[in-house]
Design a protein around this ligand. Structure first.
Ligand code: NAD
Length: 361
């Protein structure tokens, strides 16, 4: 009989329900407590999710006083930093939702707390559990493409702007770049082995979100709904990164890796106004190469699967706790993802290229 893994959940909104569903698939997980800053919300969540004897708190620090193995951080972005650092400092492993935080400094602090306390910090990028993402990574890592010198990623929804906490800078930190952009960045950077970002030159706008013609909460909308960036990565790789929550266009194109021996094109699955981004599944993968001097396009077979990616993410966290690590999607890597988002916002504000400084951790 395996040891019972005791879990706490901080933040009880939409994504917390997906975490509960994931933990529920495991016999040896006990959701011991939940916390939500809004009075009464944790109790309602326990009732709605039928969490039985789980304890409810409004202050996450009270939850962290309990004997817990791991904590799911499911708060809006602005609270990821404080809750994560507090959890690590009292010796809990952490699965924090994406994006990692609101600023690079916060992410650095989170990684330092993880190292100092020797506790895992993993970030909730469930598309990683799609086996087709692994195909993309293995192609890039195999050397089949030769030297990869240019990567284009991102995506665009024709009209898919969220509301609530996601559109307020004080709560979300950033808009489309962080909300859906962090997935495309993770896909590309993970395939490349998370090279260090060096500089960013970016533009952002919110012509749709801040216009009442397109958004019912336009008066509260102060993040970007569109962004484009040119990022220099270590190893002489250039990344062209673009994202939109709304636009008058069907697509911002596929993700592509250009190498000296071959190119790889990856298109997202799904159709409709909310599709075209990397929080969903892979639609197709194609290799562009020369065979006997002929320009050849080879479709790579997609793995059809029925994996619940959200469950897989939570299960992997529990397995990592059981095995004593390593973190499945390490904060130390995702720090670079956050550094790019941070650089995009700085560059867009200053209207010029900015350097990215990541200190030794
Ligand atoms: N992985 C995914 O596919 C996915 C999907 C949706 C959201 N998310 C991420 O999950 C996070 C939460 O999103 P959501 O849609 O569930 O948001 P939400 O606004 O529905 O819920 C967040 C909850 O956290 C609570 N909260 C805020 N500050 C808190 C604090 N300091 N302590 C405790 N509770 C606090 C709020 O009261 C709210 O109930 C965001 O970072 C978002 O980007 C990830």
């Amino acid at each position: 009989m395996s040891k019972t893994i005791r879990i706490g959940i901080i933040g009880t909104g939409g994504i917390a329900r997906a975490h509960v569903a994931g933990y529920r698939t495991m016999d040896n997980v006990d959701i011991v407590a939940v916390a939500d800053i809004v009075s009464g919300k944790a109790e309602q969540f326990i009732q709605a999710e039928q969490l039985g004897t789980a304890l409810a708190f409004t202050d996450h620090r009270r939850l962290l006083e309990l004997d817990l193995d791991g904590v799911s951080i499911c708060t809006p972005n602005f609270a990821h930093h404080e809750t994560t650092v507090d959890a690590l400092n009292v010796g809990k492993h952490v699965l924090v939702e994406k994006p990692m935080s609101v600023t690079l400094e916060q992410s650095i602090d989170m990684v330092r707390a993880s190292k100092k306390n020797d506790k895992m910090l993993t970030v909730g990028f469930q598309p990683r559990y799609d086996p087709n993402m692994e195909i993309v990574r293995s192609f890039v890592q195999s050397g089949e493409l030769g030297k990869v010198y240019y990567v284009e990623t991102g995506g665009g929804r024709r009209r898919g702007m969220p509301g609530g906490t996601f559109i307020r800078k004080d709560l979300a930190g950033a808009g489309a770049m962080a909300d859906i952009g962090c997935y495309s960045l993770d896909m590309a950077l993970n395939a490349l082995g998370y090279p260090k970002p060096l500089t960013v030159s970016a533009f952002t706008s919110n012509y749709f979100g801040a216009n009442p013609k397109y958004h019912s909460e336009a008066d509260k909308f102060d993040v970007e709904d569109f962004g484009v960036a040119m990022v220099r990565l270590e190893g002489d790789i250039v990344l062209n990164y673009k994202i939109s929550w709304a636009m008058h266009m069907d697509t911002l194109g596929a993700t592509m890796f250009l190498g000296t021996d071959a190119g790889l094109k990856v298109t997202p699955a799904g159709t409709g106004p909310w599709s075209g981004v990397w929080d969903g599944k892979v639609g197709s993968i194609k290799l562009y190469h020369d065979v006997n001097k002929h320009h050849t396009e080879s479709p790579i077979p997609i793995i059809e699967h029925s994996i619940n990616l959200f469950n897989a993410k939570v299960q992997d966290f529990v397995h990592a706790i059981e095995q004593g690590g390593p973190a499945p999607i390490p904060g130390e890597d995702i720090l670079y993802n956050q550094a790019i988002i941070d650089g995009v916002l700085r560059s867009a504000e200053l209207k010029r290229e900015v350097d990215i400084h990541i200190p030794q951790l």
